[in-house]
Ligand binder design. Structure first.
Ligand SMILES: *Cc1c(COP(=O)(O)O)cnc(C)c1O
Length: 221
């Protein structure tokens, strides 16, 4: 058994069956991805559009691709035809552009709202305040060609597990409050994407429904 196959099998045993595993394959080769696919993995995450476009045509068509990195507006049109979910919606403007491109080809694209939960300046995402203002002033729910399926967040890269736990707890609270305030009648709003190789166990305890795992599957980058 290859180590990729083995790693996926170990992870599957650790994850509750209700939690979706996104295998983060950025910087990894087509062969690595095929191995994971042979092990039954179908959800893959990439953070760069060009890299995703280069790889995807060489890979099985039943793969569901998730975009997990910052998306520039001028690249939206390249992924909208095939992407399974855009997890990194970090501005209202970006959501409008995804909606416009999706409308052109009569698709509805699943999206997550990325919320900034880390104690680091560099990570993208809405602040909760900004997101609520956006949701109040523009009706995001009127965009018919995007389906807002929940939230995504990345915790601070630190060994302080208390801090990471707090940040994941905060994201879960944001999700709950958004659901009650803006998405009460929206049955698709149900995902909390949080947890990576180093912190997924904490994320599970705080209510994650989707983990994005790279190095624990494919090895260090
Ligand atoms: C790279 C990346 C991951 C996976 O990171 P690992 O530590 O390798 O599991 C998850 N989410 C995002 C947004 C990433 O960019």
């Amino acid at each position: 058994m290859s180590f990729i196959t083995e790693n996926i099998s170990i992870l599957k045993h650790q994850l509750p069956s209700s939690v979706k595993l996104i295998a983060v394959s950025k910087t990894k080769t087509v062969n690595d991805i095929i191995e994971a696919h042979n092990a039954g993995q179908r959800y893959f995450g990439e953070n760069r559009v060009q890299e995703l476009l280069n790889k995807k045509d060489l890979l099985p068509k039943d793969i569901e691709w998730h975009l997990i990195g910052h998306l520039q507006s001028n690249k939206v049109k390249y992924i909208v035809p095939f992407i399974s979910m855009i997890q990194s919606i970090d501005s209202y403007n970006l959501l409008v552009i995804v909606n416009t491109e999706a409308l052109k080809i009569n698709r509805i694209v699943d999206c997550l709202l990325q919320i900034h939960i880390a104690d680091e300046e560099t990570k993208f995402g809405f602040s909760m305040h900004e997101l609520c203002e956006n949701l109040k002033s523009y009706n995001m729910l009127n965009l018919k060609n995007v389906r807002i399926c929940g939230v995504m967040g990345m915790a601070t890269f630190t060994s302080d597990t208390n801090q990471v736990k707090k940040e994941f707890g905060y994201l879960r609270d944001c999700f709950q409050s958004l659901k009650e305030t803006f998405f009460r009648s929206n049955t698709s709003f149900e995902e909390i994407s949080m947890g990576m190789s180093g912190d997924f166990e904490l994320a599970l305890k705080e209510g994650s429904t989707m983990v994005r795992i790279g190095s624990l599957i494919f090895g260090e980058r």
